[in-house]
Design a protein around this ligand. Structure first.
Ligand code: GLU
Ligand code: ZN
Length: 326
């Protein structure tokens, strides 16, 4: 049987401009699709209204196009799986919630943020740091009534993740991340639900995302199973680290496309810089997207290379110097 054509996706949240770490993940998703002879779908994950940063949705698309990324379906070009903006897909999430409620996979949670934080940090508690919710309402008899409540997914049990770039791991979703919210108390559908519904509905065959989302992926696989559908294959890529070994965050001044352009990067040079950052190249050269794709290796990206980021952020000359000093 021939493999289904490869369909990957870019799923930006418009909560701020893309920084170098986000650009790295998006570019790797593009390369992976190119290597597999496939294509990308672009989907805007804008369900978290209050966290939306004005103008960032448009800016992210502009920045990704500048870097040479290309998608065959998305808000700007349409396609058979639209709409490609999550706030326009609410009835699909409602239907999934209903299905999960019917199958007994959800329960009502009336805990406030404060109550949850108190239980998790109680001195004699033995909750792992990865746990986001202690399961307080799990066993509570359905309160009925119309007390405002969130809906949580009953997570738990080991999920084995086979990954294109990493050894298989088993994640106990009951401990990491725990029973996740699928619909918030205010009625908004949550990321963990919407991302699964859309990856399934849009025919995505592989999810490429950062390693920080590994346990989320395990949860997503479980939610997909509860919805009666197989989950795509996955490819978790390393995070770009700052000089202190922490993953980049916009609030720490991580650079985006305008800043990178200002220190001297053209799209081709920036692609070349990413090749060095990932350990695909030892010298800074200008690369087309196609050239970059030929360098892709189906093996874990070199972790020691990823901390070249401070030199990379200082501009092409600083990166050249850092590379020649190695
Ligand atoms: N909207 C999510 C983000 O930007 C997508 C992550 C993912 O599911 O890969 O972080
Ligand atoms: Zn609760």
């Amino acid at each position: 049987m021939a493999d289904a054509p490869y369909i990957g996706r870019l799923a930006p949240s418009p909560t701020g401009r893309y920084h170098l770490g986000n650009l790295s993940t998006a570019l790797l998703a593009q390369l992976r699709a190119l290597r597999r002879g496939g294509r990308l779908i672009y989907r805007l994950e804008d369900l978290d209204g209050p966290r939306e940063a004005a103008g960032s949705a448009a800016a992210i698309a502009v920045d990704l196009r500048w870097l040479g990324l290309d998608w065959s379906e998305g808000p700007d070009c349409g396609g058979p799986h639209g709409p490609y903006i999550q706030s326009q897909r609410l009835e699909r999430y409602a239907a999934a919630v209903e299905q999960l409620e019917q199958s007994g996979d959800l329960y009502r949670c009336t805990c406030s943020r404060k109550e949850i934080a108190e239980v998790l940090s109680a001195p004699h508690g033995s909750f792992p740091a990865s746990l986001l919710y202690p399961g307080t309402c799990r066993a509570r008899r359905e309160a009925g009534g119309d007390e405002p409540h969130a809906l949580r997914f009953r997570a738990g049990g080991h999920v084995v993740l086979e990954d294109a770039l990493a050894p298989a791991v088993a994640v106990d979703t009951g401990l990491d991340p725990g029973d996740a919210i699928v619909r918030r108390r205010d009625g908004c559908f949550a990321y963990h639900l919407a991302v699964v519904v859309d990856d399934l509905a849009m025919g995505v065959t592989e999810v490429v995302r950062g390693r920080d989302l590994l346990s989320s992926t395990a949860l997503h696989k479980q939610i997909a199973a509860a919805l009666g559908q197989p989950y795509p294959t996955t490819c978790h890529v390393p995070m770009v680290l700052d000089a202190a070994g922490q993953r980049l965050a916009k609030r720490d001044g991580a650079m985006g496309r305008p800043e990178l352009e200002a220190v001297g990067y053209t799209p081709a040079l920036l692609r070349g810089a990413f090749a060095c950052l990932w350990g695909f190249a030892d010298r800074l050269e200008a690369f087309s997207l196609a050239e970059l794709a030929t360098l892709w290796r189906d093996e874990p990206l070199r972790a020691d290379a990823l901390n070249l980021h401070p030199a990379m952020s200082s501009g092409p000359e600083a990166l050249r110097l850092a590379l020649s000093a190695r």
